[in-house]
Design a protein around this ligand. Structure first.
Ligand SMILES: [Zn+2]
Length: 189
């Protein structure tokens, strides 16, 4: 049905991944299908989720950023007004706008690989295709699909050290709980 190439970094979810995501998010991640991208240390960075949760709720954000240090960095960028600037550029930069629209279509096609949720069939994430409303959601797609798919997210991620092309681990820079640190980093010590 789909002509998309496979997600380049996708890997199966392990029980440890579910536990790490619980620590990353402070709650259970629902609708988990696979890990779409991992931090350099191996922890989940972007989780791929089903278009519909177990209880039937549509869940359009199917490439969901969970990595705390990167989430924090992106929140700092959002706080600077970058999203309004990028949205304005989409109105005048045809090349950027075209790439962003293709990223929107890619998002929908990728999600459809996992099934249909009619209520959100035309809804992607992050404000696509014409606005920039959530850099976390856009980054989730860019990290999962690799560079060259979402030009807006690629541009933002390029401003963060050690993210492109590889996701160099900075998990130790965020304050992990003692439990999380001993459970998740013991093998690296
Ligand atoms: Zn890491």
């Amino acid at each position: 049905m789909s002509a998309l190439p496979p997600l380049p970094f996708e890997s199966p979810t392990t029980p440890d991944d579910l536990e790490v995501m619980r620590e990353q998010l402070g709650r259970d991640m629902r609708g988990v299908v696979s890990i779409a991208r991992r931090c350099g240390c191996g922890r989940p960075a972007v989780v791929r989720t089903a278009p519909r949760l177990e209880d039937g709720t549509p869940f359009p954000t199917s490439l969901y950023l969970t990595l705390p240090w990167l989430t924090l960095d992106i929140s700092r960028i959002e706080a600077t007004g970058t999203m309004a600037d990028l949205t304005r550029r989409l109105e005048t930069d045809d090349e950027l706008a075209g790439g962003y629209r293709r990223a929107h279509e890619r998002y929908l096609a990728r999600r459809e690989e996992l099934g249909d949720a009619a209520e959100v069939r035309h809804v992607s994430a992050g404000g696509m295709p014409t606005r920039v409303k959530c850099l976390h959601a856009l980054a989730g797609q860019a990290l999962a699909e690799g560079e060259g798919i979402n030009p807006v997210a690629d541009e933002v991620l390029a401003t963060i050290d050690g993210v492109l092309p590889e996701l160099v681990c900075r998990c130790e820079s965020v304050d992990a709980t003692p439990d999380a640190a001993s459970d998740a980093t013991g093998e690296e010590a």
